[in-house]
Design a protein around this ligand. Structure first.
Ligand SMILES: NC(=O)c1ccc[n+]([C@@H]2O[C@H](COP(=O)([O-])OP(=O)(O)OC[C@H]3O[C@@H](n4cnc5c(N)ncnc54)[C@H](OP(=O)(O)O)[C@@H]3O)[C@@H](O)[C@H]2O)c1
Length: 312
């Protein structure tokens, strides 16, 4: 397992992190897995060397994460969780109550990274002025080790909220949407984060479009129709087939995770699954070498203008 330093937090984190939300929620979203199976999935990841888990109040997976962490050494695991905002301005008391409930479900007395979840650009001023000081106080109280913020990517495709957050420098960690289909965050988020040594968590590395062929095709059709990619660069009958044909990758999810892993400025690539075989495949992906440079360059070239999709 490869470990990296999560920017100025100094935390040593595995490059693959368990994402307990997304379309799978550890297999809980459509009741594909029992809770015990989801706990076993988290333990499988931890025992393979993953030490970073991202969950949230909104995902309803904190109790599963807590049950898994209780079976291992808490100090060895970095827990990231988030306060649900629902597009509203919550109060200081609601933030404190939310953290209190998260700690109870997680069976711990501190979280390593506590985020505002899906903060929208128009909410930023209120949260920076009114809620950030509360998070800083919770840090002083020892309940939060580091302060983070995650974006609402589908509603903020230009990463406007994170651009402001990175200018401020108040946040230790940010979570940003980035994948081979939409690489806009390279200039707007990753480069400023490198300059300020901010920890960066990547979401949407694979998501639906890069794990479901029919959705990949429709996403690419959308990008061609909008003029964001050149139809001649893609064979719609076998989109991105060159990744596998040329022996660069074991499959599209494999290429997608490695593409994000090797992007400068990224620290933890979150991987969400409810399927133990997918977890094993993803662990194998993170053990593989970088994509060949000509393949990475081709992916950067094809999607350089793409900005209107998340792949979600
Ligand atoms: N605003 C926010 O704060 C925010 C928003 C979104 C996500 N997140 C965080 O980011 C994490 C990562 O996002 P994500 O869960 O969407 O992760 P992801 O890893 O990009 O995509 C997960 C999707 O890919 C599928 N998948 C994973 N590995 C696969 C494989 N080897 N082969 C085929 N399909 C595969 C999963 O289905 P299976 O279950 O079938 O494997 C799932 O549908 C979330 O879990 C959450 O922690 C945060």
């Amino acid at each position: 397992m490869q470990y990296r330093t999560l920017g100025r937090t100094g935390l040593r984190v595995s490059v693959i992190g368990i994402g307990a939300g997304g379309p799978s929620r550890l297999g809980q979203r459509d009741d594909i897995r029992t809770e015990a199976e989801s706990v076993a999935l988290v333990l499988r990841g931890l025992d393979a060397g993953i030490n970073f888990i991202d969950t949230a109040e909104a995902y309803q997976t904190e109790a599963i994460v807590g049950a898994a962490v209780a079976k291992r050494n808490r100090e060895d695991i970095i827990i990231s969780t988030k306060k649900r905002l629902r597009g509203e301005n919550i109060s200081a008391a609601e933030l404190r109550a939310g953290l209190h409930d998260s700690l109870r479900r997680l069976r711990t007395d501190y979280v390593d990274v506590y985020h505002l979840h899906g903060l929208r650009p128009q909410q930023y001023s209120y949260y920076a002025e009114e809620i950030l000081p509360v998070m800083q106080a919770l840090r002083q109280e020892g309940k939060i080790r580091f302060i983070g913020v995650t974006e609402n990517w589908s509603g903020d495709l230009e990463h406007l909220m994170l651009q402001r957050a990175l200018l401020d420098g108040h946040w230790d960690v940010v979570m940003v949407g980035f994948n081979l289909l939409n690489q806009r965050a390279r200039e707007t988020v990753l480069q400023p984060a490198i300059a300020k040594d901010i920890g960066v968590l990547i979401m949407f590395a694979v998501r639906r479009a890069l794990s479901q062929p029919e959705l990949l095709r429709s996403t690419l059709e959308q990008l061609i129709a909008s003029g964001e990619i050149d139809a001649r660069a893609i064979n719609l009958d076998d989109p991105l087939g060159f990744l596998v044909e040329e022996g660069a990758a074991a499959g599209i999810p494999d290429a997608a995770y490695r593409f994000c892993r090797d992007e400068p400025g990224t620290h933890v690539i979150l991987s969400g699954t409810g399927n133990p075989q997918h977890l094993d495949a993803n662990l194998a992906s993170f053990g593989r070498p970088p994509l060949p440079p000509q393949i990475s360059a081709r992916l950067r070239q094809i999607f350089r203008q793409a900005h209107s999709v998340t792949g979600g």
